[in-house]
Design a protein around this ligand. Sequence first.
Ligand SMILES: [Zn+2]
Length: 636
Amino acid sequence: MKVQRQISVRAYESEGFISRVQRCIRESVIPYQYQVLWDRIPGVEKSHAAMNFVNAGRALRGEDPGDGFYGMVFQDSDVAKWLEAAAFALAAAPDGELEKQVEEMISLVGGAQDEDGYLDTRFTITDRDKRWTNLREAHEMYCAGHMMEAACARFEVSGDDRLLKIMEKNAEHIYRRFVEQGAEGWPGHPEIELALLKMYRATGNRHCLELCRHLIDVRGTDPGFYAREEERGWNVWGGWDGHAEYTQAHAPVREQTDAVGHAVRAVYLYTAMADLAAETGDETLLAACRRLWESIIRRRMYVTGGIGSTVQGEAFTEDYDLPPDTAYAETCASIGLMFFASRLLENEVKAEYADVMELAFHNTVLAGMQLDGKRFFYVNPLEVDPGISGVAAGHRHVLPSRPGWYPCACCPPNVARLVGSIGKYAYGENGDTAFCHLFAAGRVRFDNGMELTCETGYPYELRVSYTARGEGTLAVRLPGWSRKTLLRVNGSEIRPEVRDGYAYLPVSGETKVELELDGEPKVIRPSVKIPRLAGMAALKRGPLCYCFEGVDNGRVRALRLNTKKAPRVSEFQPELLGGTVTLTAEASRIVDTDGSEPAGLYSDAPERTEPCEAVAVPYYAWGNRGENEMRVWMNT
Ligand SMILES: [Zn+2]
């Protein structure tokens, strides 16, 4: 049973850093993505996602389906994620124009739904006879899942249940087929499972819960399923025998031990498993989640909270295989890692889960978006060398600058919906206890009547001040990275009751809680088990990972950090990178006798260095000042 649960999106009103990112999503990203969905931005990758719904509606009415279907099999999910992000944006600020766009889009989605509840434009416009014939790669349940999430978001925020009803009918269609009629298989891309739990909570329809449990239980129980499916029908990316691990179907989920395969699929599955475990008290499922969590964060996660080490299958590889320059670290995967962490927190309140959620958010997830919200990274490397990155064999996936859109555009709308609902990840509640998982400035109203104001310049100012009004307990995370944390209640320093990294503070009337976190920059050393990184170091301060860019440092590869001396922390610089704090480290630079860069491919001359300073900026803000070299891990 849930020990605490996410708050409603409407219960949190953001300020400070979070509100700046949310405003960018509202004012730039959502309108931009709307235009992209309608192919109205010249020079940007064609989407056609909205027209697919128009054309599917035409096909269902027996009309000419216009220019047909275009895009990936999961193109529908771009509309779904935009709808979800738009729903959350409308919770923060009314917007008549956006409201109209949302209502129109919901009408298009409804118009593309078949009488039996089926909804997927790819198989409505073409190949109607091939519905449900390729669960492994056709993404029908994946698209349905995203649209269910959009429906739940819309309902939660506005009470409008039009899309919810459409998706409940769709869920019933899938329930009939896979539970009542016993059709075999499970979706190759997990997503619908976590969405069905949201549907269950929004509608109370137990079929949603049963279908979720069925799809989780049946996954990986039949090793011959994919082969039979391939024999029977068609496939998108056939001729490869690694599908079982790639789709986390190599074993029943309760027997899985290592995080394997496509990283986004993995964390979406684990999220649903953790959520179902919390919903039903399923201990074996929770035990599997704990093992998979350990596998990720102890052995398979980048220092930036990125996951998925290889472009090959966008996947996890082996323990400690965390190459900085060919990393995949998809934005969506870190978003999924936040989902997983948040659901684990609903099973057990432990600071480690929230620490990772915070790490992923402030580094890889935010790096996925240019500061102006106009361009996006799909892949989030820890090292970029223009001329090699994005060009050389093995490095083509590592782009040195953010494109405007992608043929596979999963990440940009995923960032938008995550940021719009960040309050859910930041705050939780259970009975008279209010939980503060992330330090997110703004106001929160909890169901128990407690009101909380959080004032902070986080993640740059590592002081957080809460004012709680009401009766109950305030549970505040003491982050694992903070070596010295001071806590004051109504002005007096206290030693609170601390369990699993959370301080539990009784509050009554108006209570002021102040938290002073460790603001010292940290030199991070990698495990010697990680190839290539031994002897290197990275800089962090608070939740932020830092990186070194060419624009500040010239040739970054020629630098060696002096890690014996603590880096200097700058004042807050409002004009730099949307407002930031830099770190300046003592360093030495490899030079020729005249101070220039040594020429020649190799040399037997004695190495010369000259002392210099190296400036680091937060990783999430890299690549906002033109194409240049970037490194997280530095030689020392
Ligand atoms: Zn993605």
